[in-house]
Design a protein around this ligand. Structure first.
Ligand code: AGP
Length: 366
């Protein structure tokens, strides 16, 4: 059943490998061959999205990272300005809500105390409406929001969120496409075609598992790691660092690669593993020069790269090549090897992968 480990050693590994299936479920009935079905968000969504002039996204932890990716997407593909904030900060500020602002919460559980409190607080402000993107039907967040979209990831038992995150990203791409369509803007048939092939491409990335397991050996004795990304892959670097911290207890930090020179480069020496995601996008050349800065300080580079980017493995650079995917969907795809990397490091370290110390699956108290 959905809540048993089957042949997997841990729930987390099972949930990582379920991603092609649950991503397909998250897309089911929500896209035609060339167009997104805006009514997937409910009968009131079209009118609400037409009126949407900006978006405020509120969440915690991994769900917050999904929100950060959505900012890049909504701004680039729907032309809508976005603010993203962690719920525990938002709820204690005095947010200014411009006219036509949609309030969006993201949550696996739908019961995270700060996110729920943020929604209740937002209802006292001048938003045009609230949307919850959530994995648990009937949760408090779902019951209390104006419109909802379920992520359909199925029960997630591992404390470290994996399939809940990638299905949130699918939902957020559907939101991006829906807002654009509702406003009579572009419909992006190229992204829609890429979404249809995404489960299969994810499957090909998961097939790299044994190579990632080999890479993980380089981390087991480390105390620190640095994750780099640019653009929509900066939040993916944040998510990679959070996974490593949570389950392997290795101190990990993520930076937008362009910030290296502004401080973190001082941390880089031959003991520091630096993990970077290098999809083939318009920031590739900039990223490559950031990686040279790391090499020049003797840092050990681990690069997850698009098959077409031409970064070759060398003594001080280990490269894992990923299949090509539409650049809009690359953040989703590049999440998978980072999940597997943390998983294998944690197993090597012998930690309690599914139930890391000090953490609860859902944080229902402040
Ligand atoms: C992720 O690996 C975490 N354990 C945690 O950050 C989680 O994403 C956060 O607590 C939010 O939970 P939610 O999505 O259920 O609201």
């Amino acid at each position: 059943g959905a809540a048993s480990k089957g042949d997997y050693r841990h729930y987390m590994l099972k949930e990582i490998f379920e991603q092609p299936t649950v991503i397909e479920a998250a897309l089911e009935g929500r896209l035609s061959a060339k167009s997104v079905l805006v009514e997937s968000f409910g009968p009131d969504a079209l009118a609400l999205f037409k009126r949407t002039r900006q978006v405020h996204i509120i969440a915690c932890g991994t769900s917050y990272h999904a929100g950060l990716v959505a900012r890049y997407w909504l701004e680039r593909y729907a032309g809508v300005p976005v603010q993203v904030e962690v719920a525990s900060e938002y709820r204690y500020r005095h947010p200014v809500v411009p006219e036509g602002t949609l309030f969006v919460t993201l949550s696996q559980s739908g019961e995270t105390a700060d996110t729920l409190a943020a929604l209740r607080f937002a209802k006292t402000l001048d938003y045009i409406g609230s949307l919850a993107i959530c994995n648990v039907p009937g949760s408090s967040l779902v019951r209390e929001s104006d419109i909802t979209l379920m992520t359909r990831a199925g029960p997630e038992i591992g404390v470290a969120s994996t399939k809940a995150f990638t299905t949130q990203l699918v939902a957020l791409m559907l939101l991006t496409l829906s807002v654009s369509k509702a406003k009579d803007q572009a419909e992006y048939p190229d992204i829609i075609a890429a979404l249809h092939t995404l489960p299969e491409v994810c499957q090909r990335v998961l097939a790299l598992d044994s190579q990632i397991e080999i890479l993980s050996q380089a981390f087991a004795e480390k105390h620190h790691a640095l994750f780099l990304g640019r653009g929509a892959h900066y939040p993916i670097a944040l998510e990679g660092a959070l996974k490593l911290k949570e389950i392997s207890y290795i101190h990990a930090e993520a930076y937008p690669a362009g910030e290296l020179k502004h401080g973190p480069l001082a941390l880089v020496d031959s003991e520091m593993p630096v993990i970077s995601v290098a999809p083939n996008d318009d920031l590739l050349e900039k990223l490559k020069s950031n990686l040279q800065e790391v090499r020049a300080r003797g840092g050990q580079l681990f690069v997850f790269a698009d098959e077409s980017v031409g970064i070759d493995a060398q003594e001080d650079i280990r490269v894992l090549t990923l299949p090509h995917v539409h650049e809009a969907l690359a953040p989703l795809l590049y999440t998978l090897p980072l999940q597997l990397l943390s998983y294998h490091v944690a197993v090597l370290k012998g930690t309690d992968v599914d139930q890391p110390r000090n953490l609860a699956k859902s944080v229902t108290v402040e």
